[in-house]
Design a protein around this ligand. Structure first.
Ligand code: ME8
Length: 502
């Protein structure tokens, strides 16, 4: 099965921040999980380099938009690498291989009769690069997002006949209930369509930094058309000498936040239909990370700087915190003290200690070899049992609920810790008569930790990989509890998540 996951392409008008890192991390969790299941995966991220947001920022800095793009795009590429994203390609929309294909596709939209020339009059926010309907305006004709007064723009430009796709979009949503998840976001998109669609401006005459329209070079393309098309164009040139379009389109799954829902859930499928292409397989809309907390943390100050967190605690810790602290799909606050609390209680204590204890006991009591003994049924079933974890995680990821998947995994981490407390292997080891029971407990622990860690690979790839190596597990695919016998050679390793020093 093909699985093509994307992030939004980020504007190069500013530097990357935690919000961008968050989407990239989530998309990476989907990519890595689907690879574990044996899907044919392609993961795309990149930068959006045209349009007013970039032109205005460059103007403020006294440099050209291309210079600004060339300075900031590598920072976004480095951000993806530093959160340990496994993206297969990084697209930049100022790349000619992209713009050439955008021109071709937009020419097709034109030739298929879905554009017309007209007079535009309406409210425009240059910071959003978005035309606002009366309904979307803030008080006093302001942009509700940027809270700046908007200009009433009047100009001659080209329109995309979005209104002509109203019925097609309604049908798409009726036929595919999970086209947009979560449900409440889908309902927003459907409500938007049902209120009646207006045609949208496709070009701007005042814009300098943008692609010329292929059929009217006096006009520049409205940046969103050029940007959305990245999801399709990249497939044609991401691999030298290969065109991946057939292989991965329409298997696309877009990950994005609520701010750009309308573009992805309404305009994008209509644009694809207008070009004779199929809509993507679906999209997940996540909430906003709110970063307003002022309380001081032990060591990180008061702003959660993703790069500082990564430098001091590693990418795994940031990945885990973001997806664990805020239920994916909802808005939620993140903070440096919140990060430290979860790092200590969940990564260092719950998981790190479980790993260290398991490896240490296998080393001490069984010379570092997992005993041959069937897994303890007490660990398998019931509330928080380890059986069924792989299937449960897969189902939750299919529903685009990575935070719930992480919670399902954590229930097992807690279960394994309780198991150590209940069975007390350190006491069993003192009594020769209990050797068989100790074999069973240690084998069950090794197996439980292995299964849980395999499920954690997409979330904390680095630590999970190290622990699986230490457990003598070369595979990275999901596993069922009890699917491996004894005999594996394990070795002790330094703490996966060292305690924070005061
Ligand atoms: O909109 N919390 O780019 P952009 C969570 N170029 N996610 C956040 C966030 C926050 N506080 N802040 C940003 C654009 N994001 C266009 C996209 S796509 C064809 C073109 C993430 O740089 C989130 O994914 O403004 C959001 O949708 C995206 O960054 C917006 O990035």
């Amino acid at each position: 099965m093909a699985f093509y996951v994307t992030t939004p392409i980020y504007y190069v008008n500013a530097e990357p921040h935690l919000g961008h890192a968050y989407t990239t991390i989530a998309a990476d969790v989907f990519a890595r999980h689907m690879r574990q299941r044996g899907d044919d995966v392609f993961f795309l991220t990149g930068t959006d380099e045209h349009g007013e947001p970039v032109e205005l920022a460059a103007e403020r800095e006294g440099i050209s938009p291309q210079e600004l793009a060339d300075r900031n795009a590598p920072r976004f590429e480095a951000m993806a690498a530093s959160v340990n994203a496994s993206n297969d390609f990084f697209i930049r929309t100022s790349d000619e291989r992209h713009t050439d294909r955008v021109a071709e596709i937009m020419q097709r939209v034109h030739d298929n009769g879905h554009v017309y020339e007209g007079a535009y009059e309406g409210w425009y926010c240059p910071r959003c690069a978005d035309f606002k309907t009366e309904r979307e305006l803030g008080p006093g004709n302001t942009c509700p997002i940027h809270e700046i007064p908007l200009e009433l723009e009047r100009e001659q430009n080209w329109f995309f006949k979005l209104s002509a796709f109203e019925d097609d979009l309604k049908r798409l949503y009726a036929e595919r209930p999970d086209f947009v998840v979560p449900d409440f976001r889908r309902n927003e998109a459907v409500a938007f369509i049902e209120r009646g669609l207006q045609d949208v401006s496709l070009s701007r005459s005042k814009l300098n930094w943008g692609m010329p329209l292929p059929w009217d070079r006096s006009q520049r393309m409205y940046v969103w058309f050029d940007a959305l098309l990245n999801y399709v164009t990249a497939l044609a040139f991401a691999r030298e000498g290969q065109d991946l379009t057939e292989r991965f389109w329409p298997a696309a799954f877009h990950v994005l936040a609520k701010d750009i829902l309308k573009f992805h859930a309404v305009i994008w499928p209509a644009l694809l239909m207008a070009a004779g292409l199929q809509p993507p397989r679906g999209m997940v809309i996540h909430g906003y990370l709110l970063m307003g907390e002022k309380k001081m943390s032990k060591s990180l100050g008061n702003v959660l700087d993703p790069f500082e967190v990564i430098e001091r605690f590693g990418a795994d810790a940031l990945r885990f915190y973001c997806l664990r602290e805020v239920s994916f799909g909802q808005d939620g606050s993140v903070s440096a003290p919140g990060f430290e609390a979860r790092y200590e209680s969940e990564l260092a204590n719950d998981f790190g200690n479980l790993a260290s204890r398991t490896l240490a006991m296998l080393d001490r009591y069984r010379d570092g070899v997992v005993p041959e003994a069937g897994p303890d049924p007490a660990l398998a079933g019931g509330e928080g049992g380890i059986e069924g974890l792989a299937a449960e995680v897969s189902e939750l990821i299919d529903r685009a609920e990575p935070s719930q998947a992480l919670e399902a995994i954590w229930a097992r981490v807690r279960r394994l810790n309780r198991y150590v407390e209940e069975t007390r292997p350190f006491d069993l080891a003192k009594d020769e008569a209990q050797a068989g029971r100790l074999d069973q407990v240690l084998a069950s622990l090794a197996e439980g930790v292995r299964v849980v860690t395999l499920a954690l690979v997409p979330f904390i790839p680095d630590a999970a990989g190290r622990l699986l190596d230490a457990l003598g597990e070369p595979e990275r695919t999901l596993a069922e509890f009890g699917s491996r016998g004894g005999g594996a050679r394990v070795e002790r390793i330094p703490p996966l998540f060292p305690k924070i020093e005061d």
